[in-house]
Structure formats: structure tokens, C-alpha cells
Design a protein around this ligand. Structure first.
Ligand code: FAD
Length: 486
């Protein structure tokens, strides 16, 4: 029998085994739904294989070397040698452990795994091709489908990821040796995280950004400590330039960048009068953002609509315009973050199981793993104001934290924003040491509707960085002990 003739059926078909898809599949399995997960490449998706995990592994490893090299103040004198291939091997080991864990968890929760590429045939079936010579394809009928096909890096004209010196973020996480120089196109979070990695490894890093600032999605007070640190690390910036082409020089390349109409972060446009710049470098990393993978699925065969950027719009139950087909994760829109996808995936599985679940983004966190880290949850001060509340703000600088000083990292602050009248915490941001971890408590406070008084009157162990959260809340009430209340 030809493999292509086989038709199988499933209640819930999940397309894509990244964090959004595997979380949906595992939750559906827990809810006793008959679920099949189709993955074309590697379980864990971008996050585990080419994104969150490998980038954080390299950030940690380079920090170990960098910290050791710069610990003279603590009486430590060391000059560690970095073996890039060894570092990448260790990172790959972490990735392998996690991806095989995802596969085991899926199986243990009763998820049927299917390797192949799914395309819609109509609104109740897909064709899954198993790739490779003679491996054929099969049809899978479904009652419900969850599209979790993620995103891919955006390519810009003149820079083809197939060309050896042109790197995508995926390539930049698996280099065999430390490049002497690197031009990074794009000063968003991926570009800035990798700029830090390579600057700390000794690479001469230059960042070209079309806009007029780094990390444009974040308020100035949060981005400033990162900008200062980048300067200390020797990273060069060219704002208001757009990379247009690269030329082969034989022993390296030349990246040409034209002056862009630098779109100011406030939305205004300002013409930049300047000549093109030419940057000689070993490699160029293009990190200008990501686009949804919705164009390779034949979604039109199922009648699924996309917006003008290719995202699949969904309602608060994760439903597309076709009621029994859901979309979760990067393909369903911003913010393109792994935890947002996992949350959507789990919620949608519950919706399909008939539970009274709905998606609520009020306490959605976001973290940039730069040096120092930036972490935010809930509303910013401006958003609180725009929503008609009187913002009540409390702030605590890490330089007043005993624990921060003992780690040697005391840049940055914790800031909380509440509604003046009720005291409810509506948002928080942290820039500084372990901001990513400190955010957990703040997210819980926003989610539970805690007041600044609740947070400030919770006893925090001493000496910890988390005391800064308590102090920021107390500062909002003019009751901070370790900083001046003004
Ligand atoms: C360098 C980098 C660093 C990042 N760091 C962070 C971070 O620190 N924190 C964070 O929250 N996010 C981070 N992200 C973003 C994060 O990786 C994504 O938001 C997350 O992976 C999205 O999950 P997803 O399941 O929607 O999609 P993906 O992880 O992209 O998974 C989609 C899966 O679908 C599969 N697929 C696609 N089409 C088909 C098809 N037709 N048939 C079968 N399978 C298909 C793909 O092979 C893939 O495995 C980072 C991204 C990058 C690139």
C-alpha cells in the first residue's frame, strides 16, 4: 500500500512542537483528549533549539569568563581562556537534554507524535509529508486543530542567510570560533543580547540600527543602564542607518549602511543627512525581527485568515476565524515570547476540553537578558496614566541594596506602579541584577491584585535582591527604610 493512502484521525491536531504547540499538546493529553502533535524539524521549536535556551546558555558561559576576568576588585586575578567550540558543545548538551525531555513528556501524557510537515487540505484535514526520499505522506483528519508554527527571522534585501558571512540568530548561536569582528544589524532584544555575548568574548562589535535608539520597545530609564554597559564593553553604535549590502573583501567583508529616515521612537520622522558608512568586518548578524510562519501551511485551504503581517488573528479563546481551528504562540501575534505561547497553548487546550478558560494578558512578563537584564510586567507608568488611573510610583535603586553590592552588580532599580486610589499594583519593571528572577514575585502580585501595601508588608529575607521589591513598594507609600522617600 502507498503510504500516501493512509488516513488517520485525531480529536486535536497540533501543528508545531515549539513551546506553544508542545504545551498545548501536553495539556490536551492531561485533559484526556486524543491529541496528535506534528513537528517537521525538532521538538522544542525555536525556543529550545535556536532561541531562548541556547542564547541564555551562551550568555551565562560568557558571563562566567567575563566576571572572572574582571574580578580584581574582589581580589581575584584570572584570565580564563575561552574554547568557543567547547562552549557550543556544552550549550548543545543543555539543548539535547531539554528537547528529549519534551518528547518524553509528550509521550508520557498520551500525545501521539508524528514527524513531518503539515499542510491543510481542507478545514478538517491536513496532509503530512514525512520528508526524505520515499517516505511519502499521509492524511490526518481532525475535530480541532491548533496552529503553532512559530516564526522565522526576517531577511533583509542584500543579506542572504545562505551566504556564509551572513548570520541569522540561529547561526550566531553555533559558531565554531570567536569572530574578530561582528556587525550586528538591529538593536532589538536579540541583537543586544548577542552583542553582549560577543563583546564579552573579545569580538569587536558594531551595531547598526535604523531607529534612533537601542531596545526601542522599552522606556528610556530601563534602556539607559544597558546603553551605559554596552559603551563600557566597547560596543559601537550607528543609529539612523539601514544596512543595504555587503561586499566580499577576500579576507573579510564590508557592510554598507545608508542613512535611514530615522523614525524617532515617539513616531515622528526626521531626515538624517549623512553619507553611507562602510564597516569592515569578519561576519554580519542580521537580527531585525521575526515573521510568522503562516505562509507554508496552505491555510487558505482551511479558510484561515491572516492580517497584513501574516499573523493569524485570534479571539480570547485562541480561535481563528474558523471556529474549531485555533492559533497560539508567535504565529498568533506579538509579543513573540515563549511563555506567551505556552500560556496560550495551555489555555486553548482547556477551551477545547470545554473548560471555562480564556486568555488574559494583564500580567504578561517580558525579559531582555542583556547586561544588566530588563524585566517588565503589567502596565508602564504612562499606560497606567492613559488608562485613567492616577499613577502611584515607588522606586528602589540597587546601589542601596546590601545584597546587590555584595554581588558586584548594583546598577539599576526596581520600579512599581500602582493605582493611587486603591493601591492595586498595576505594573512593575526592573533593570539590574537577576531582574528576570525578581519579576516572578511582581508578576504574581499583579496577577493576584495585590496592593503596594501587601508587597511592602511581606517580610523578605535579608540580604536578598528581592528586598528591593519590598523597598520599592514601601517607597510608593513613603515608607522605604533603605532609601530616601521622595
Ligand atoms: C535568539 C532568540 C532568543 C530568544 N530568547 C527568548 C527568551 O529569552 N524568552 C522568550 O520568551 N522568548 C525568546 N525567544 C522567542 C521564542 O523563541 C519564541 O517566542 C518561541 O519559540 C515561540 O514559540 P512557538 O511555539 O510559537 O514557535 P516555535 O518555537 O518557532 O516553534 C514552531 C515549531 O513549528 C514547527 N513547524 C512549522 N511549520 C510546520 C509545519 N507546517 N508542520 C509541522 N511543524 C511545523 C517548527 O519546526 C517549529 O519547531 C527568542 C528567540 C530567539 C530567536
Amino acid at each position: 500500500m502507498v503510504v500516501g493512502d493512509v488516513t488517520t484521525g485525531t480529536d486535536v491536531l497540533v501543528i508545531g512542537g515549539g513551546p506553544a504547540g508542545y504545551a498545548a499538546a501536553i495539556r490536551a493529553g492531561q485533559l484526556d483528549l486524543d491529541v496528535t502533535l506534528v513537528e517537521k524539524d525538532a521538538y522544542g521549536g525555536t525556543c529550545l533549539n535556536h532561541g531562548c535556551i541556547p542564547s541564555k546558555a551562551l550568555i551565562t558561559a560568557t558571563d562566567v569568563a567575563h566576571e572572572a576576568r574582571h574580578a580584581e576588585e574582589m581580589g581575584i586575578h584570572a584570565d580564563p581562556a575561552v574554547d568557543m567550540a567547547g562552549m557550543v558543545d556544552w550549550k548543545d548538551g543543555v539543548v539535547d537534554q531539554l528537547t528529549s525531555g519534551v518528547e518524553k513528556l509528550c509521550k508520557a501524557n498520551g500525545v501521539s507524535l508524528m514527524e513531518g510537515t503539515a499542510k491543510f487540505a481542507d478545514e478538517n484535514s491536513v496532509r503530512v509529508s514525512h520528508g526524505g526520499e520515499g517516505q511519502g505522506s499521509e492524511s490526518v483528519d481532525f475535530e480541532h486543530a491548533i496552529v503553532a508554527t512559530g516564526s522565522r527571522p526576517i531577511q533583509i534585501p542584500g543579506f542572504d542567510f545562505a551566504d556564509e558571512p551572513v548570520l541569522s540568530s540561529k547561526d550566531a548561536l553555533s559558531l565554531g570560533s570567536v569572530p574578530e569582528s561582528l556587525v550586528i544589524v538591529g538593536a532589538g532584544y536579540i541583537g543586544m543580547e548577542l552583542a553582549g555575548v560577543y563583546a564579552k568574548l573579545g569580538t569587536d562589535v558594531t551595531v547598526v540600527e535604523m531607529l534612533d535608539e537601542m531596545l526601542p520597545a522599552y522606556p528610556d530609564d530601563l534602556a539607559r543602564p544597558v546603553a551605559q554597559r554596552a559603551e563600557e564593553l566597547g560596543i559601537d553604535f550607528h543609529f539612523g542607518y539601514s544596512a543595504s549590502e555587503w561586499q566580499d573583501l577576500g579576507d573579510g567583508i564590508r557592510v554598507v549602511a545608508e542613512p535611514a529616515d530615522a523614525v524617532a521612537s515617539d513616531g515622528g520622522a526626521e531626515a538624517v543627512e549623512a553619507d553611507p558608512i562602510e564597516l569592515d568586518t569578519e561576519k554580519v548578524l542580521v537580527a531585525v525581527g521575526r515573521q510568522p510562519v503562516s505562509d507554508t501551511l496552505d491555510i487558505e485551504a482551511a479558510g484561515i485568515e491572516t492580517d497584513d503581517r501574516g499573523f493569524i488573528p485570534t479571539d480570547d479563546r485562541g480561535r481563528t476565524n474558523v471556529d474549531h481551528i485555533h492559533a497560539v504562540g508567535d504565529v498568533a501575534g506579538e509579543p513573540m515570547l515563549a511563555h506567551k505561547g505556552m500560556y496560550e497553548g495551555e489555555t486553548v487546550a482547556e477551551v477545547i476540553a470545554g473548560e471555562p478558560a480564556a486568555i488574559d494578558y494583564q500580567a504578561m512578563p517580558a525579559v531582555v537578558f542583556t547586561d544588566p537584564e530588563i524585566a517588565t510586567v503589567g502596565m508602564t507608568e504612562d499606560e497606567v496614566d492613559d488608562a485613567g488611573f492616577e499613577p502611584l510610583v515607588g522606586k528602589f535603586p540597587f546601589r542601596a541594596s546590601g545584597r546587590a553590592l555584595t554581588t558586584g552588580h548594583a546598577d539599576g532599580f526596581v520600579k512599581v506602579v500602582a493605582d493611587e486610589e486603591s493601591g492595586f499594583l498595576l505594573g512593575a519593571s526592573v533593570v539590574g541584577p537577576e531582574a528576570s528572577e525578581l519579576l516572578g514575585e511582581l508578576g504574581l502580585a499583579v496577577e493576584l491584585g495585590a496592593t503596594v501595601e501587601d508587597v511592602s508588608s511581606t517580610i523578605h529575607a535579608h540580604p536578598t535582591l528581592s528586598e528591593s521589591v519590598m523597598e520599592a513598594a514601601a517607597n510608593a507609600l513613603d515608607q522605604a527604610i533603605h532609601t530616601l522617600n521622595r
